[in-house]
Write a protein that binds this ligand. Structure first.
Ligand SMILES: *Cc1c(COP(=O)(O)O)cnc(C)c1O
Length: 295
């Protein structure tokens, strides 16, 4: 795994007038800097799946995702690094031209298999992939093994320095891992989907203490998963100007926006020390038109 740059993971202390005025300290954990493709939380979620596949002597990984999935491209890169074959089962008909994400996954050696949305919803493997020698990873790396990997994100900062850990939430695997690792912290999740009311349950399935309170916000989706509005993009540009930190419009842009909004509404007590997890995902910005973001 020599291509992964753990030494590049930093904690950046950032200064933003609103937070200073509210006497809240703000830091960002830059796991986005781990690798340009296997960025952020995806490698952490994948790490124990990959090592389990190798232990079980499986040579072929199969996983699922959409055309812009960070998980698909991260799995392709992780398999390449570990010299495992891999297949990505992609939701929807094969498009005339592949998305940048899928092109990159293909270049990294992933075989792409397109299945209809209906078949995909059933999560049934196409018959030719029903092979017991394949190691299957859930969409988005969801599962206990993924949460165990995500828990190891906490090895890259000093938890005692922070009162609140804030993260963007898709499947909830990362948030579950953070809660398992830091049960005494306030862990706050910003859902990136609209009305994903199963989310809390999905997270609870992965918790060591299933009764642990789960703090999720559902009002920062900007229209739904991978949807955005001009407000979000201009906030991301503004955040970059102030802090030098780029974000993506699917996950971390919504996280930073939400934390800023919550601070403005005095959700965080004076003296709070926030750590925002920059979980990566910047590759996803390639699907935006070129002049929308300044970074
Ligand atoms: C996948 C992803 C998430 C969400 O992680 P989950 O474990 O699925 O909740 C957050 N941020 C980025 C950048 C991601 O790619």
């Amino acid at each position: 795994l020599k291509e992964l740059r753990f030494e590049n993971i930093t904690v950046d202390n950032v200064t933003i007038p609103l937070f200073a005025q509210k006497k809240i300290e703000l830091s960002v954990l830059r796991i986005d800097q781990l690798h340009k493709v296997v960025s952020g939380n995806k490698w952490f979620k994948l790490r124990y799946y990959i090592s389990e596949a190798i232990e079980q002597k499986k040579e072929h990984i199969v996983t699922f995702g959409g055309a812009y999935s960070n998980h698909i491209v991260a799995t392709a890169a992780a398999c390449r690094i570990s010299q495992l074959a891999c297949t990505g089962i992609i939701r929807g008909e094969e498009p005339a031209s592949l998305s940048p994400t899928l092109l990159q996954a293909k270049e990294l050696g992933m075989q792409l298999v397109f299945i209809s949305r209906e078949e995909y919803a059933g999560k049934k493997l196409p018959p030719r992939l029903e092979d017991k020698d394949h190691y299957i990873i859930n969409e988005g790396g969801y599962g206990r093994t993924g949460a165990k990997g995500a828990a190891s994100i906490t090895d890259h900062f000093f938890p005692a320095d922070y009162s609140h850990i804030c993260c963007a939430v898709g499947t909830g695997t990362m948030m579950a891992g953070l809660l398992n690792a830091l049960p005494a912290h306030e862990v706050i999740g910003i859902s990136t989907m609209k009305n994903n009311l199963q989310l809390e349950d999905a997270i609870r399935q992965l918790l060591n203490e299933p009764q642990h309170p789960i703090q999720l916000f559902h009002d920062y989706h900007f229209g739904g998963y991978a949807k955005y509005k001009p407000d979000l993009l201009s906030f991301m540009n503004e955040f970059y100007k102030t802090t030098g930190i780029p974000s993506d419009f699917v996950y971390t842009g919504k996280l930073f926006y939400a934390v800023n909004d919550l601070a403005a509404k005095d959700f965080f007590p004076t003296g709070s020390k926030l750590l925002l997890i920059h979980s990566g995902g910047l590759q996803g910005n390639r699907s935006l038109s070129k002049d929308t973001l300044i970074f």
